[in-house]
Design a protein around this ligand. Structure first.
Ligand code: PLP
Length: 416
């Protein structure tokens, strides 16, 4: 197949937007609607709404099997899953984590009075740099949280060595990495525990949901206890707990979507391949490639914009795409250390995170998943090609107040 390399008229220069409806990053993937409705109506008929119903148990079994471990404790969301795992692992004092991640990875520590210690990432990996982790260890350090960003596993083996050497807990925020593997072993089987997210925007969703997976039976018992207020029996509370339970409705949705996981991967993969072809040879635009020696879910299609080579910045390119109704996202700008409360908590210069700063100013996530077909990918690629080809004109148009305002309005609607 030969790709169409002709340039397109651009909305930022006065043409009609390429897409009539907004194309979102992370529009939910949905499994078989008939199975979905059967299960939902079953939940309604049986009135088993929560507290460990049959769908929850089946969902936990399937996720544990996927992760290659014996225990899965499903949660209301990944954030509460991380909080409970952190507490059950006895983390305290300081915990080292990357700043280049979704804000929840830091909040779950700070929320419990634990100091997040932000670590830089590797330039090519975008994940936590083990050498930098070692430099940040102090007598107060109790643990490390690695994040498999964009579904690319972080340096799992090296982090495990460092954790063992210093007697630290090792937890993975695996919100992006369901269905991925590292060295042939499934993500979910590493460290003391790993935490998946089943939020609507994630690869497999349960609308809202999360799960902690672990090979440690004692830890799993504690997680279950904490998830349900510390109840061990009717009227008997044996420990401090909270409410982290996943509802039966969420489990029914999650289970149904899980059955379509291979279909989601296949759609994501074709989109990814098409983006790879379509973006080839555009000056300054590099697709962040998935390391295909292991399993990937291709849920995040990310480009790195080299402003000098492209003639326009990542932010200008984002404005161009938003004008076309392509709502590309800057995951994860500006980095946790530049977001509140961390930004105010630590004096300027506390963190030297050059690779985090660099990545935060260059990456852009493009729409993919079930809602995006190959024609849409072709259009997005030609929009990017055209923006780079017409960089000087695009730059002055995109820098006008009008487009900055359009971006702000879109941005506010994204917060919902
Ligand atoms: C989405 C996400 C979370 C939070 O997941 P929820 O299920 O929405 O609580 C945590 N960490 C990362 C890296 C995420 O992308």
């Amino acid at each position: 197949m030969t790709l169409d390399r002709t340039l397109r008229p651009l909305a930022v220069l006065g043409s009609q937007p390429a897409f009539a409806e907004p194309l979102h990053v992370g529009r939910p993937n949905m499994g078989d609607p008939v199975r979905m409705l059967e299960r939902i109506s079953d939940v309604i008929d049986t009135r088993r709404l929560t507290n460990g119903g049959p769908y929850l148990e089946e969902f936990e079994r399937r996720i544990a099997a996927l992760a290659g471990v014996d225990h899965c404790v499903a949660m209301a969301n990944a954030t509460i899953g991380l909080e409970i795992a952190i507490r059950a692992l006895g983390m305290a004092g300081e915990v080292i984590l990357p700043s280049f991640t979704f804000i929840a990875t830091a909040h779950v520590l700070q929320w419990q009075g634990i100091t997040p210690v932000f670590c830089d990432i590797g330039r090519d990996t975008y994940t936590i740099d083990p050498a930098a982790v070692e430099r940040l260890i102090t007598p107060r350090t109790t643990g490390i949280i690695g994040v498999h960003l964009y579904g690319q596993p972080c340096a799992v083996d090296r982090l495990a060595e460092i954790a063992a050497e210093h007697g630290l807990r090792l937890l993975f925020d695996s919100a992006h990495a369901l269905g991925c593997s590292y060295g042939g072993r499934p993500v979910g089987s590493f460290g003391d525990a790993e935490v998946f997210s089943f939020h609507a925007t994630k690869f497999v969703n349960s609308m809202e949901g999360g799960a902690v997976v672990t090979a440690d039976a004692n830890l799993a018992d504690n997680l279950r206890l904490m998830r349900n207020f510390g109840f061990t029996f009717y009227d008997r509370v044996s420990a401090l707990g909270i409410n982290g339970k996943m509802s039966e409705m969420s489990a029914a949705v999650g289970l149904t979507n899980l059955e379509s996981m291979d279909a989601f991967i296949s759609v994501n993969r074709s989109n990814y391949e098409r983006y790879r072809q379509g973006l080839e040879g555009i000056s300054g635009i590099r697709l962040v490639v998935s390391d295909e020696s292991d399993k990937r879910n291709y849920q995040y299609v990310v480009i790195d914009v080299d402003e000098t080579a492209a003639g326009l910045s990542r932010d200008t390119l984002q404005a161009v795409l938003w004008a076309e109704n392509v709502l590309a996202r800057r995951y994860f700008y500006p980095g946790c250390h530049r977001s509140e409360p961390y930004r105010s908590m630590f004096p300027t210069g506390t963190w030297t995170l050059p690779e985090t700063e660099r990545a935060a100013s260059r990456v852009l996530s493009l729409p993919t998943g079930q809602a995006v077909d190959l024609d849409a990918v072709d259009t997005i690629c030609s929009l990017i090609r055209s923006a780079v080809a017409l960089a000087p004109a695009v730059r002055s148009a995109a820098d006008t107040r009008l487009y900055r305002e359009a971006l702000t309005i879109h941005d506010a609607s994204q917060l919902a």
